[in-house]
Design a protein around this ligand. Structure first.
Ligand SMILES: CC(C)(COP(=O)(O)OP(=O)(O)OC[C@H]1O[C@@H](n2cnc3c(N)ncnc32)[C@H](O)[C@@H]1OP(=O)(O)O)[C@@H](O)C(=O)NCCC(=O)NCCS
Length: 185
């Protein structure tokens, strides 16, 4: 077991899971606005199973899906992930960053603030040379987070997500990248 690092920003804590976070994760994913751009059905069963896997991976690797807590506020506002891209793709193997927040926490800059700190961790402590992010081509809100982080988009990197059915409207994905400016490689 790795010790799970807590990543602090002025307004947020990215921290390890607690048992009480599982219900908050289930409830967040039950909101269709949160899952609008995901091509799967976030049932309670799937959410409980995925929470257990996320917690186990975070505690095993020391990076993964952190719970985002608002300092002095909501214990569970969302999640931010740093992980190896978990499917085969032209751009993989690669490391990715991602985010998901409850709707009541949108529009306050929390995703960008937390993701910026997570990127700092990826480029500092983890010394990753590059981080990618991807989302459905129609998910402009998530792409705006990528742009605020200074990630860049080359349309030549766009791809069809291998885990989304060929006829599905969310199949087409955009890929953003950012390189570690601390490294020469
Ligand atoms: C994607 C997602 C995390 C973006 O959340 P968000 O709140 O729009 O993103 P940010 O945290 O960067 O916040 C930026 C917004 O907060 C506003 N804001 C308010 N106070 C702010 C502050 N102090 N600092 C920065 N921005 C602030 C910005 O103006 C911006 O609003 P705008 O988009 O209306 O211009 C959120 O929509 C989400 O969880 N979606 C569902 C899951 C999902 O699609 N995840 C991505 C899948 S790959």
């Amino acid at each position: 077991m790795a010790r799970v690092p807590t990543i602090a920003t002025s307004r947020l804590l990215l921290r390890d899971w607690r048992d009480s976070d599982v219900e908050a994760w289930v409830q967040m994913n039950a909101d269709p606005r949160v899952t609008e751009f995901f091509a799967r059905d976030y049932t309670r069963e799937l959410c409980e199973a995925s929470a257990a896997v996320m917690r186990e991976q975070l505690e095993r690797n020391g990076f993964g899906w952190w719970v985002v807590e608002l300092r002095g506020g909501a214990a569970f506002a969302g999640v931010i992930v740093l992980q190896a891209v978990p499917f085969e793709a032209r751009f993989a193997p690669a490391k990715e960053i991602g985010w998901r927040f409850g709707v009541e926490h949108w529009g306050r800059g929390y995703a960008t603030e937390g993701a910026r700190a997570a990127l700092g961790y990826a480029f500092g402590e983890l010394a990753w040379p590059e981080v990618v992010a991807f989302t459905a081509a129609s998910n402009r809100r998530s792409q705006r987070v990528m742009e605020r982080l200074g990630m860049t988009h080359d349309p030549a990197d766009d791809f069809d997500h291998p885990n989304v059915a060929p006829s599905h409207p969310l199949r087409r994905h955009v890929l953003y990248r950012i390189r570690n400016s601390n490294r020469q490689t």
